[in-house]
Write a protein that binds this ligand. Structure first.
Ligand SMILES: *Cc1c(COP(=O)(O)O)cnc(C)c1O
Length: 188
């Protein structure tokens, strides 16, 4: 995935013309400004939300993103479940706070299996994967490995992990999507 937050439409167009079609944005407001016009130009592109979502922006996110990778709390899941008719979003990933960092969003690893059951069974949301952002400044591989094991135990095929600094390690550990911004576009 090319992470296009903070990048101008012209740079995004160049990436699409070069063959990139999967993109990630971390803010609803920014995606709303940039992507409707780009989608008209390039209907084949796929857009994922990779940033934290306020409940009051849930409906707008469902109209903008093909996949929402940051499902992280029961209140948000309940809000989605009430508004799924006719929306663009067709899959959700659960974001796991894999390093249990207080400042990071994501469900705690030990709560993830029950949260998955709640979303997929009780609310019938189409959950297909897990996503994480490991702690900075320490080796990421053990966290990637833990997320892969969690996804396997929960029967989820998609694993979104790895960024510019560690996407190669994430790929070795089984990532199905790596989220690469600066290594593709340069500094934001
Ligand atoms: C910005 C961002 C990325 C990309 O980070 P780079 O270091 O620029 O590759 C990946 N994932 C998330 C959730 C992000 O917010």
């Amino acid at each position: 995935m090319a992470v296009s937050k903070g990048q101008e439409a012209e740079k995004i167009r160049a990436a699409i013309r070069a063959g990139q079609f999967l993109f990630g944005e971390n803010r609803v407001q920014e995606a709303h400004k940039k992507w409707p016009a780009l989608r008209r130009e390039f209907p084949q592109i796929e857009l994922h939300l990779i940033g934290p979502l306020q409940t009051n922006k849930a409906a707008e996110a469902l109209s903008l993103f093909d996949v929402i990778q940051t499902l992280d709390r029961p209140k948000l899941a309940e809000t989605f479940a009430k508004s799924m008719n006719g929306v663009r979003t067709r899959e959700f990933f659960i974001q796991v706070n894999i390093g249990k960092e207080p400042q990071k969003s994501g469900i705690a690893p030990e709560e993830a299996p029950d949260f998955h059951k709640f979303c997929a069974h009780d609310l019938a949301l189409p959950v297909t994967g897990l996503m994480c952002i490991p702690p900075e400044g320490v080796e990421a591989r053990p966290y990637f490995r833990q997320l892969r094991e969690m996804a396997a135990n929960m029967g989820l095929p998609q694993l979104s992990m790895g960024m510019s600094g560690d996407f190669d390690i994430a790929a070795e550990e089984g990532a199905t999507i790596v989220r690469v911004g600066t290594a593709l576009f340069g500094a934001r």
